[in-house]
Design a binder for this molecule. Structure first.
Ligand SMILES: *Cc1c(COP(=O)(O)O)cnc(C)c1O
Length: 424
């Protein structure tokens, strides 16, 4: 039935999907169509159940269809789904974000990570009166024109260097630098935007001194530092990674976890910088559905539930998983590394060090990931359908689920090493 649905989808939706990485293009085959999901599992339209490490690309941290989140959405929906006027739950969500992140003083809620990063850059340009922005190859910051250059996972999965349809003028002021090296900045630079732990070229943690070096370089050039924490925020720990890494940016973006699986993201930071945003200042940004009541209800239900201990528990579970995967896959005779940073991991079929996008592309080039992905899917475990994506574990994943994943990986890796041909 997934095949039939994919054929139908392909007639009316470009490539059959509404976001390119869902298409299985880099792993081969046709995507499973989800019928329902609960906790750690998704069920497809054919009745197969998969232990899910996609978890809506990290938007779901409590697990799918969490009862508290569903109840919050239901209750909010009875009061109306959108008003175009302010609500108390927007205030509460912003208050929780501000209380969770030291230095996050003013916050604007938006509907997607793309909007948040696009707005962060616009604020930085407005606040500094400068045009140039610096980003890092392999970091993804959503799909706005100026930020798509060498954007990691989505574009890398499709083998594209950037994107068609982006005029040269739109990227003329975007400088792309290699991750984990502090670039030289001059006084034309408005901001440096970075994923503080890169999670869109597989998982690449920051090298020691990299983030502190960026902070110092920004300060001496008068540029602003933006942490894009759409993945890492409220995922690696209870708030920003700024505390974890000891480096504080001027602006942050959040998304995924904070929306509880509904469209919600945020841009925020230093009061004097954020005050450039309309209606206080001249930098314009708006949104018909911004701060949507269903999305804020879902986000609040998640943030109210998460306790620091949850992140510790999740870290332990993910590090057990990462160690187990590395062990059984290499025992099968395959080259592998499973980088892990607290609650995030990725599986790379290479033993060469991966510090940046160039390294990641080399590590992904041998095609082993796609074979392993399908061997795992056959055993009821859904990893991300691309070697450039990280794995997301939820609080609904049990120790037994982790054990089963490692067992499945041992069998899958043996099958891949034995060269059983994969039929797309
Ligand atoms: C997912 C992601 C975005 C974009 O968020 P959308 O909600 O998909 O627009 C931006 N930055 C990072 C780091 C992301 O992982």
């Amino acid at each position: 039935m997934s095949d039939e649905l994919f054929a139908r989808a392909s007639r009316v939706i470009p490539g059959g999907v509404n976001s390119p990485v869902r298409s299985f293009k880099s792993v081969g085959g046709t995507p499973y169509f989800v019928e329902r999901a609960r906790g750690a599992f998704v069920m497809d339209t054919e009745g197969n159940s998969y232990l899910d490490y996609v978890q809506s690309w990290g938007a779901s941290i409590l697990g799918h269809a969490d009862a508290g989140v569903l109840e919050a959405i239901r209750r909010a929906s009875e009061r109306g789904t959108s008003f175009g006027a302010p609500t108390e739950s927007e205030v509460r969500l912003a208050e929780i974000l501000a209380a969770s992140v030291n230095g996050l003083e003013l916050i604007r809620l938006v509907s997607s990570g793309t909007e948040a990063t696009m707005t962060a850059v616009r604020i930085a340009r407005g606040a500094t009166g400068r045009d140039r922005i610096v980003k890092f190859a392999g970091c993804y910051h959503g799909h706005s024109d100026a930020l798509l250059a060498e954007g990691g996972s989505g574009v890398a999965t499709l083998g594209l260097a950037g994107s068609g349809g982006v005029p040269a003028g739109a990227v003329a002021d975007t400088v792309v630098a290699p991750y984990n090296v502090v670039p030289h900045l001059d006084d034309s630079v408005a901001c440096v935007i970075v994923e503080p732990a890169a999670a869109n070229m597989g998982l690449v943690p920051p090298a020691s001194g990299f983030l502190a070096g960026l902070r110092a370089a920004c300060d001496s050039a008068g540029a602003l530092l933006i942490f894009d924490e759409v993945i890492t925020g409220f995922r690696l720990g209870p708030g920003s990674v700024a505390q974890l890494y000891g480096v504080k940016p001027d602006l942050w973006t959040f998304g995924k976890v904070i929306g509880g699986g509904l469209p919600l993201a945020a841009v925020g930071g230093r009061r004097d910088v954020m005050e450039h945003l309309a209606p206080l200042g001249p930098v314009y940004q708006a949104g018909t559905l911004s701060g949507n009541p269903l999305a804020t209800a879902a986000g609040l239900a998640v943030l109210d539930r998460l306790a620091p201990a949850d992140f510790e528990q999740l870290s332990v579970r993910v590090s057990t998983l990462a160690k187990g995967l590395a062990e059984v896959i290499s025992s099968a005779g395959l080259p592998v590394q499973v980088p892990c940073e607290r609650t995030l991991f990725s599986v790379l079929f290479s033993t060469d060090p991966v510090r940046n996008y160039e390294d990641a592309k080399v590590a992904a080039a041998n095609g082993l990931y796609g074979k392993f992905f399908h061997a795992m899917l056959d055993r009821g475990v859904a990893l991300a359908p691309s070697p450039y994506e990280v794995g997301f574990c939820s609080l609904a994943h049990s120790d037994l689920d982790v054990e089963r994943t490692i067992e499945a990986a041992a069998q899958a890796a043996t099958e891949v090493a034995d060269g059983a041909p994969f039929q797309a």
